[in-house]
Design a protein around this ligand. Structure first.
Ligand SMILES: Nc1ncnc2c1ncn2[C@@H]1O[C@H](COP(=O)(O)OP(=O)(O)O)[C@@H](O)[C@H]1O
Ligand SMILES: [Mg+2]
Length: 310
């Protein structure tokens, strides 16, 4: 267990930023903290990193109570803050080096760590340039590089893709996967469900300071529905095709609409190929087919009655 929070509460005056939060992060996971603005994501990870004192509850990091955390434990983590925190007057290399030293590196370990972090974030060529001239995406990548030189076991990224171009965004998502393949545990906060769907092995959904659901994506989607819909478009509709598709095991309903068949099936219970075979076996060509599955957006909608971007 890398992080464990038990019954954590944090208030700012009348605002309850965290309300009795329980969560655990296991070694090797990429956990997504998903929730709209104000849900309490940043407060949660500020607490994990020791930047915020909670009003109540317990936090354990790498098995140690967070209240008595020593610098040795802190160096096992790397925090990429939501607001970009780099020095405009230092070059990219100097920025990464500065943070590497804060995290305890020196000498050869520092030199090697800085090279690794710049290479990893695709900034090697920009090493001697100052971030003033950087695009938003390059600044975000530098912000990430600053948390990586010391090769932390746990990397916490707080909304690392806000306000950047799609190319930098993909680079960052791919970097997160690569870090994790190398054994790094990752906490990734976002209010973009597509990103969380793309990279996270487990998702913790937050709203109004509370954890409202957590589990693998398929666990969460099962909360919403145990069904999915297959839509196939046929060259022509015949009653025999409808009957044949209806007879496939796992098919709950099959409704013709013009030349489309809307087929309701048990989740993951029917292979699309079986359905297509039934139609083509009767000499009717299938022009297109698609499966509509619930998304994390629909999970959030059904739990809260609101969309993530409200
Ligand atoms: N320093 C602060 N002072 C007062 N209120 C704060 C402070 N930080 C956060 N909050 C409030 O706590 C709640 C949770 O904020 P935050 O953790 O930043 O959410 P998120 O990161 O999910 O957008 C919000 O209502 C926010 O306005
Ligand atoms: Mg935040």
């Amino acid at each position: 267990m890398v992080v464990r929070m038990q019954r954590v509460t944090k208030r700012y005056g009348d605002v309850v930023a965290l309300d009795n939060v329980d969560l655990t992060i296991e070694r090797g996971e990429i956990v997504g903290l998903l929730g709209p603005n104000g849900a309490g994501k940043t407060t949660t990870i500020s607490g994990v990193y020791g930047l915020t004192r909670f009003d109540a509850g317990e936090v354990t990091l790498f098995g140690h109570p967070a209240k008595r955390i020593d610098p040795g434990i802190k160096r096992r983590m790397g925090l990429v803050p939501q607001d970009i925190a780099v020095f405009d007057d230092l070059t990219a290399g100097e920025n990464v080096s500065y943070f590497g030293r804060l995290y305890g590196l020196s000498g050869r370990a520092l030199t090697e760590g800085v090279s690794f972090a710049l290479e990893f974030t695709g900034l090697n060529e920009r090493r001697d340039q100052r971030p003033k001239s950087f695009s938003g995406g390059m600044k975000r990548r530098l912000n990430i590089a600053c948390a990586l030189a010391h090769r932390p076991e746990l990397v916490i990224l707080d909304e690392p893709t806000v306000g950047i171009d799609p190319q930098s965004r993909n680079h960052i998502l791919e970097s997160v996967r690569a870090l994790n393949r190398d054994g790094t545990t990752v906490i990734y906060t976002s209010h973009y469900m597509e990103e969380v769907e793309a990279v996270c092995s487990r998702v913790i959904v937050m709203d109004h300071g509370r954890v409202i659901a957590s589990g693998t994506q398929s666990d969460l989607k099962a909360l919403v529905s145990d069904e999915e819909t297959i839509d196939i478009e046929l060259e022509r509709m015949t009653p025999r095709v409808v009957e044949a598709v209806r007879s496939v095991a796992g098919v709950k309903e099959c409704l013709p609409e013009g030349t489309h068949l809307r087929i309701t099936v048990e989740r993951d219970g029917v292979r699309l190929g079986r359905v297509i075979e039934k139609a083509t076996g009767l000499g009717v060509e299938v022009l297109s087919a698609q499966i509509e599955r619930p998304t994390l957006e629909s999970v959030f909608l059904s739990l809260t009655g609101r969309t993530l971007r409200d």
